[in-house]
Each structure stands twice: as structure tokens, then as C-alpha cells.
Design a protein around this ligand. Sequence first.
Ligand SMILES: [Fe+2]
Length: 160
Amino acid sequence: MAKAKPVKLGWSSEEVENITHALNDLLVNYSVHYQKLRNYHWNVKGSDFFDLHIEFEQQYKEAQDHIDDIAERIRVFSKTPVSTMGEYLEQSEIKETTSQLSSEIMVRELIADYTILLGYMFAVIEIASAQHDAGTEEMVKVFIHQIEKHHWMLSAFLAK
Ligand SMILES: [Fe+2]
């Protein structure tokens, strides 16, 4: 009979460092993206107002849930999630914009953000799967599925 895979009940300090570092990178980027969604929800103007105002709200509510899950997953490993606005702005690859953008530029910004977020999510999955961290993998796989859908919908919005 084949030997059963060992059950993962704990991680080495190196494994903890690897996964929480990747989760914090995702967290800082997601946090800046979240505030951009709120910015655009409040400040979008023009004939797309009603559609985008509602869509951005749905997306920031989902982002808020994902951010909370990521931070709490870091706490599961007894590490500290990056938690201040200053650190988010300093460490994030996703950058803030002004509020005075056309609706089309707002949507382009968000599509670019989602591409960046997916990159950080894939990085988390790669580390989690190498370390048999099924809990983190499962959590982020759900995010990926949802983010890919937003990416598609926003891209379809721009299609002529
Ligand atoms: Fe609102």
C-alpha cells in the first residue's frame, strides 16, 4: 500500500515567512485597490454613472471581504498583517490616482489593478501549494475566480 501523505499540522518558520510575506504583498496591493474602488464609486461622472456607481460598490464590498480574509489568514500563522495606510501606500505596486478621471480611465485603471492582483494571487498559490498549505490555496483560488470575472466584465464594458 502506498504511504499516506503526511498530514500538515504545522509549518517551519521558513514556510511561515514565505507564505505570510506573499500574503502581505497581496494585502497591501488589495488595500490600495479597495480605496480606488471607493474613490471611483463616489466620483464617477457621466452617462455611465448609474452602472459604474453600483458596480464599483459591489466590487469594493467584495474586496473588503477578501482583504479581511487575507489579514486573518496571516494571523492564523501568528504573524502581523500590514495594517497602516502609510505602509500600504509605500509598499503597494498598485498606485492611487486622483478622483478627476473619465469613467473609461477609471475602468482601465481597475483592469490594470486586477492584472496586478492576479499576479500576487498566483504567487501565493505557488508557495501555498509547494508547502501543502491547502487552507491558503483554497482561500485564494476563490478570489482568483471572482477577480477574473471582474476583469472580463470591465474589459467587456470597454469593448466597442
Ligand atoms: Fe455609496
